[in-house]
Design a protein around this ligand. Sequence first.
Ligand code: HEC
Ligand code: HEC
Ligand code: HEC
Length: 441
Amino acid sequence: MIHRYWMPALIGCGVLGTATIAMAAQQSEVERGAYLARAGDCVACHTAPEGKPFAGGLKIESPFGTIVSTNITPDPEAGIGNYSRDEFAAALREGKRADGANLYPAMPYPSYAKLTDDDIDALYAYFMQGVEPVAEKAPESDVSFPFNQRWGISLWNWMFADADTFEPKSGQSEQLARGAYLVQGLGHCGSCHTPRGLLFQEKALDDSDDAYLTGETLEGWWAPNLRGGGGDDDGGRGLQNWSADDIVAYLATGRNDHSAVTGEMTSVVANSTSHLSDEDLHAMAAYLKSLPRAADGEKSTRSETTPEQTEKMLTAADVEGKPGARLYLDNCNACHFANGQGAPQVFPSLVDNELVNADDPTGLVHVILAGARLPSTPDKPEALAMPDFGWRLSDEETAQLATFVRGAWGNHGGEVTADQVAEVRKSLPEDRQSSKPDFVD
Ligand code: HEC
Ligand code: HEC
Ligand code: HEC
């Protein structure tokens, strides 16, 4: 079609015209690649804090040691300037470096294996022509024996990685297929949201297995179950209670009426999903809503207290002998309110919230101790903050407060102990660990 449209111009302009048109096509290929790089969130891993984009140097902690991301700018010495298109494809889809060595699976090639040839071409055009070269090598990874033996990864790849490109299911609508492609492939959402096995492999790389996207704890944060289909007998959980528009709002701005983004997901929203088109976000949301969710396998400790009972107790300040509820009134009520629902898009609701109710309370405790800051996104540039309370609450008080929140308003999380809080406190930066600093009486 395009050919016929351009034909008169081609005849009219001769050789010069052809070159200009070729350049324009090249330009749009680079732009398409830039967009796909957003969808793949390459910048998040391949950029050090304060470092130049894509110059590598980010330290990624793994059970095997510290893996350092490499320079993927087109510099021929320090970066990937000498990679051919096929070597680039092999790095992305098979985890093979140009010299034939295996890459560590910290690079999400088990997901990128799904990428189509067209998308690889566009990404290659972008990384060769649209990215500023940086002539600085990233530091080496610090991985201990035997994991520093890269050949060993071949066995892991043979067992767990799957080199098939994405195929839509028969009868799958175009929108669902697009959503599945983005979520499973470039978005590599499963690398955080799918449970891992003993050898750190994702238990499923796509929805052919029920474990896909059922949630995982990573570095102290709970990455929730993302399967949003159907509702179970107690009315549904997490994304089951979100509409497709709620999911789109969360991915575009980091917030919606149910939740606000914290932890590792903050960078995903800031660097990747907030830059995607509405159409692609709707496709991803539709796909997540299409995944059926099993009702079993999750603890059902829904508390006896109804939302109305908790709200009444807090509104009447009837908290005698209930230290957790008193701590909530003193510290949290001003923003999250007696009904626990906060204010839409501003203060997230704590009712039926995944982070609050997760089996592993680490994320909740982390937010209370260290606070959280919403990312600034193109749609919502202002960054809202949740203050940190680690400096004013002891481990015991934090445990009482967290236990209260997990059982209030019909929530279904379990008890939190002071020992669990002490563990999370140890993971904070050193200057944030002390509960009562010297200047507080
Ligand atoms: C979750 C983190 C992560 C993401 C996301 C990621 N990478 Fe990587 N990538 C790595 C790490 C870590 C390495 C180095 C692994 C090693 O040294 O074995 C790497 C290595 C590479 C290499 C090999 C370069 C070399 O010669 O060392 C290429 C090419 C590459 N990545 C491209 C990409 C592209 C393109 C994207 C986005 C589509 C991307 N990566 C997204 C972590 C990531
Ligand atoms: C680097 C790890 C990581 C990656 C990659 C990642 N997520 Fe997340 N995600 C998290 C964590 C951690 C949370 C919990 C955040 C919180 O509780 O505030 C989360 C929360 C979410 C939520 C909110 C769920 C709820 O019930 O509150 C949605 C929706 C979501 N992610 C979608 C995605 C999608 C779609 C992708 C792929 C494009 C993705 N995530 C990739 C770590 C990740
Ligand atoms: C000054 C207002 C303010 C106060 C006081 C406050 N919060 Fe928050 N809270 C926020 C904002 C804003 C966010 C969203 C920030 C983000 O998630 O990045 C938030 C987020 C949260 C989240 C994460 C929700 C999610 O979906 O990821 C939890 C849990 C939470 N607050 C609990 C508490 C508790 C418990 C207290 C009392 C110790 C408290 N907050 C006090 C403003 C406040």
